[in-house]
Design a protein. Structure first.
Length: 245
């Protein structure tokens, strides 16, 4: 194996999600990427990823094609639909051209790497893909600036400064399947495990109501609402919002 690439050559740091059911390979890839200045969250299945919401935006996904439950192709397609700007790398032991073409055409993958993968090749693919994504102008009408904690629209004076909880709420919905999350899940997201702090459904309703009023105050005409209630379930994000750093 080639020496670990110098982390100084790999700035800026990218957030990577690895979905791989092979425990040993998952640990090996996680260790190697972490040593090369990537921030890695590793899970064993699509369901594990669905159950997890990160407070930080994800730049890149590395997905095994042959996963238990929901397969890698379906997961890749779902991620691409929810987050058009992220980078997706499919890894697989399958060598068939049809699998490779399906990953590109149906799964929306950016790269397709055959196992056994070269760790150094994976690092360079992710780094180049991450740089390209960061340098691509946002295509969404609305963007969420993490640095300024501000929701920015396409028109003049269309900006909403967010509280930390409002930012986390929007980020969670952006990453969720169909941009929707149950009320109970959102309450748990704001409940601290280190204290007695607990968010009730009533407090969640007030948080969302305040955010909707702030957003409505900068809307022009009959634009879509930011968030809508889903009866008997929770809440859904109505706009395609691009996260920027």
């Amino acid at each position: 194996m080639m020496p670990v690439i110098n982390p100084s050559d790999l700035l800026p740091k990218f957030n990577v999600v690895l979905v791989e059911d092979d425990h040993f390979l998952r640990d090996e890839i996680t260790s190697y990427l972490s040593a090369n200045n990537f921030s890695v969250h590793a899970v064993a299945s699509a369901q594990s990823l669905t159950d997890w919401v990160t407070p930080e935006p994800i730049d890149l996904y590395v997905i095994d094609l042959n996963l238990p439950g929901e397969g890698g192709l379906s997961l890749s397609k779902r991620i691409r639909a929810n987050s058009p700007a992220v980078g997706i790398v499919i890894i697989t032991a399958k060598l068939g051209l049809s699998d490779k073409l399906a990953s590109y055409s149906h799964g929306g993958a950016d790269f397709y790497l055959n196992k056994p993968i070269s760790p150094d090749e994976l690092v360079l693919v992710l780094q180049n893909l991450g740089r390209r994504i960061r340098n691509t102008s946002a295509k969404s009408d609305w963007t969420l600036s993490l640095q300024d904690r501000t929701l920015i629209g396409p028109g003049d004076k269309q900006s909403v400064h967010l509280t930390n909880r409002e930012k986390i709420l929007i980020m969670a919905l952006i990453q969720a399947k169909d941009f929707s999350l149950e009320s109970g899940y959102l309450c748990d997201l704001f409940t601290s495990s280190d204290s007695d702090d607990y968010m009730s459904k009533h407090a969640l309703e007030e948080l969302i109501a305040r955010l909707k009023r702030k957003f409505k105050s900068v809307q022009v005409g009959e634009e879509k609402p930011l968030i809508k209630s889903v009866w008997g379930f929770g809440y859904q994000l109505c706009l395609n919002i691009q996260i920027i750093h």
